[in-house]
Ligand binder design. Structure first.
Ligand code: SAM
Length: 275
């Protein structure tokens, strides 16, 4: 087999513009010029695997693939899926201390929009199990969606390795809500059914039409809008607000700011907004 050396392959202006326009139209990603090297490095792996010699040729391949499989592979390669259990713990404290004690309804709905491999919705579910002793008598559901089919599959498997994803989980919660399925290093754990049963996973591109009606008590859209441009963020904020209950909360990532995107939410504390 001939191994192609593509390490010095450049991405032309035309190819980069085509990729960034397509990604923007399809999934709202803002691949500005500063992301050029990232795009080149990530797609290079795909070019190598397909033995394609230029980015122009790769884009033709994407366009000609009627199944759209290559397009979804490309989206997978260009989105960032970094996540963790109890990432940005202030949100989980807020949920525990301020949100849950004030929900009197029997029906509770949460949405993890851009859930990646599932750590976020499962963290929400753990908090709900811990804080709501009567959860079995209530109608509680967490919707968890992501554009990446690969991430939704990982979330569905719900298997995580101790060395990375599970670091932030206190040992008593690990013992209570996870089953150890591999004891040799790196240890792996599966999320128990009592947690998984609260979460509904689905593939959803936030740019598409949404079929769910809500209304939601809390929407988590953390570290997702950071990859979108301002007009896309503004549209999303309008749509999120419509799906929230009166006084429902929107949580965004702590490195994201809604200041530059006009919106009708009220600021509560860093990265927490209320309708
Ligand atoms: C960095 S992860 C954030 C995961 C989690 N919310 C957190 O804060 O840990 C961003 C996720 O947003 C998803 N994403 C990006 N664009 C999207 C879109 N247009 N629709 C739905 N999900 C999208 C990516 O696939 C990725 O899994």
């Amino acid at each position: 087999m001939v191994v192609m050396d593509l390490s010095s392959l450049e991405i032309s202006d035309i190819a980069f513009e085509k990729i960034s326009k397509l990604m923007h139209r399809l999934c709202g990603l803002n691949l500005h010029d500063g992301k050029r090297e990232m795009v080149r490095a990530r797609l290079m792996k795909r070019l190598r695997a397909l033995e394609i010699k230029s980015f122009e040729q790769y884009m033709k391949y994407v366009e000609q693939d009627r199944s759209n499989l290559e397009l979804s592979i490309m989206v997978d390669m260009l989105t960032t899926n970094k996540t963790n259990f109890f990432r940005e713990p202030q949100h989980f404290d807020f949920l525990r201390q301020k949100v849950l004690p004030n929900i009197k309804n029997h029906r509770m709905r949460f949405w993890s929009a851009g859930c990646s491999s599932g750590e976020e919705p499962y963290s929400i579910a753990i908090v709900l199990r811990e804080e709501l002793p009567d959860i079995g008598l209530r109608d509680v559901r967490i919707l968890a969606t992501d554009i990446s089919g690969r991430m939704i599959e990982k979330a569905r498997e719900a298997v995580y390795e101790q060395r990375d994803a599970l670091q932030e989980i206190p040992p008593h919660l690990l013992q209570k809500y996870f089953i150890c399925i591999r004891t040799r290093s790196p240890c792996a754990y599966r999320v128990k059914d009592s947690i998984r049963s609260l979460v509904r996973l689905a593939r959803l591109n936030l740019m598409d039409r949404w079929s769910m009606r809500g209304p939601f008590d809390v929407i988590f859209c953390r570290n997702v809008m950071i990859y979108f441009d301002k007009p896309t963020q503004k549209q999303l904020l309008i749509r999120f607000r419509k799906l929230l209950k009166p006084c429902g909360y929107l949580f965004v990532g702590h490195s994201e700011s809604l200041v530059a995107s006009p919106h009708k939410f009220h600021y509560v504390q860093p990265a927490v907004y209320v309708k």
